[in-house]
Design a protein around this ligand. Structure first.
Ligand SMILES: Cc1ncc(COP(=O)(O)O)c(C=O)c1O
Length: 461
């Protein structure tokens, strides 16, 4: 009985560890695990077998145990040629893959950038989808720019004409299309440092070279931005002016004017990722795109964050010649967003209780932010957090200067708390050790427990 209990505990710890590692990563030997966990060989073997059955780990006699899901190059000799043909993996790819994993049951997934099930609009969505299914033509082709009524809804929400809207399957594919459509491979793209790592990866996948621009508590800094513009010759800037992921910072009003002025003077496109528009706890300034008659700003909105991750619907707002470029880039990837999803989104957004969902969501998120921040400050000191973000989903935790963020993330995963190491969020070198924590994942009732485990992980690492 004791062995069973201990092996369940060890399986849980190894499951969390595997979740934080890329596929193919080696686990310590059985002997090392016995020493580390203070148990006998039978207990470790039992846990490893259980995880192999679940498909979490793979064991190869004589070679060791590895996180499952790696290409079978070492097993099947006939695919080894792929390693040569593929060349080195793209920087950041493993970090984004780790982040997009579905978290194992029993963990606190503070590495996830979406709402947890209890905060999603699930019943509203179910009703919206049921109505969509009854609509005629729900399996038909759709225009590449989207369902006209949904384009109209986004146009109203953004404050622009309908013909400037392109519906997309969330903002990640829209980012990919925008990087491909707005800049030639090999050119530079300015990115806040730190920034959303999915944007970094999409830019690199489009053959662009990210150039970091420093930020502070008021968002991107205009003077270094101007210097970077002059030195790099870049004509594209990826920006999150409102509740940026990962820092939570919002661009100060005076800087908004300065950034727009730079865009006019340097002929610059700004890709404005407005992913957190629905998550403001206080009134936020309008997007840069609201005051942009000359078409410098391309705006991205998403419903995956405020409704549920499976409602993969978002929108691009773009005017001028860039519209056709982005329309073509979008269609080249996946033709159109399925009608079923678009009709569902439209039903949801026009449901009388949608505004109530958003109000409740903001209140719940604010309570989660406050509870986790207070618990972290109590255990790690006030300086572990700067001013709290006035919206969004994340806290950007400062670690002691000599801490290794990845070691802390691993130590936290051993304690079933999944977090994202800060270094992956920087286009170049990190300016200090940080963790990105999604406060959305933490019910206030468990904030103390979670913060306690993070503090233990910091001490251990
Ligand atoms: C800043 C930011 N932009 C875009 C995305 C992509 O979101 P989606 O494709 O689900 O709309 C994310 C997801 O985490 C994000 O954090």
């Amino acid at each position: 009985m004791k062995t069973d209990n201990s092996s369940t505990r060890i399986a849980q710890a190894l499951r969390s560890r595997a979740a934080a590692l890329p596929p193919g990563a080696a686990l310590p030997s059985v002997r090392a695990l016995m020493r580390e966990m203070g148990v006998g060989p039978a207990t470790v073997q039992q846990a490893l077998h259980a995880l192999a059955r679940e498909g979490v780990l793979e064991s190869f006699p004589g070679r060791g145990t590895f996180v499952a899901g790696a290409p079978a190059a070492t097993e099947a000799g006939d695919t080894l040629w792929q390693t040569l043909a593929l060349g080195p993996a793209r920087a950041g790819a493993a970090d984004l893959l780790a982040l997009s994993e579905v978290p194992p049951a029993g963990t606190f997934p503070l590495n996830v950038g979406y709402l947890p099930p209890e905060l999603r609009a699930t019943s509203l969505l179910n009703a919206a989808a049921a109505r969509a299914l009854r609509q005629p033509g729900v399996w038909d082709r759709m225009p590449g720019t989207g369902l006209p009524a949904l384009r109209r809804w986004f146009a109203g929400a953004i404050g622009c004409p309908e013909h400037e809207v392109i519906v997309c399957p969330g903002t990640q594919p829209a980012l990919a299309a925008a990087f491909q459509g707005l800049a030639a491979p090999g050119s530079r793209v300015l990115m806040e440092s730190p920034t959303y790592l999915g944007a970094l990866l999409a830019a690199r996948a489009a053959g662009l070279v990210p150039v970091p621009v420093p930020t502070d508590a008021e968002g991107v800094r205009p003077e270094p931005l101007e210097a970077a513009l002059r030195e790099s010759g870049a004509r594209l800037l990826y920006l999150q002016p409102t509740h940026a992921n990962p820092t939570g910072a919002s661009l100060a009003p005076a800087r908004r004017a300065a950034v727009m002025d730079l865009a006019h003077r340097h002929g610059l496109f700004i890709l404005e990722d407005d992913w957190a528009r629905d998550f403001g706890f206080e009134a936020a300034p309008p997007p840069l795109a609201a005051n942009d008659p000359e078409g410098h700003v391309i705006l991205l909105r998403s419903l995956t964050k405020c409704a549920a991750p499976g409602l993969r619907v978002g929108a691009l707002r773009v005017r001028g010649a860039a519209f056709e470029r982005l329309r073509a880039a979008r269609v080249a990837v996946d033709f159109f967003v399925p009608a079923l999803l678009q009709e569902t989104a439209l039903n949801l957004l026009t449901a009388p209780s949608w505004p109530r969902h958003l109000r409740r969501l903001r209140a719940a998120l604010r309570a989660r932010r406050d509870a986790l921040a207070a618990a972290l400050r109590e255990r790690l000191g006030d300086s572990c957090l700067d001013a709290l973000p006035s919206g969004g989903l994340h806290l950007w935790l400062r670690l002691p200067g000599d801490a290794d963020d990845e070691a802390v993330a691993r130590a936290a995963a051993h304690r079933q708390v999944l977090v994202s190491a800060g270094r992956a969020w920087f286009p170049a070198e990190a300016t200090g050790p940080r963790l990105r924590l999604s406060f959305a994942a933490v019910d206030p009732a468990v904030a103390t427990t979670v913060a306690g485990r993070i503090a233990e992980a910091v001490r251990e690492a």
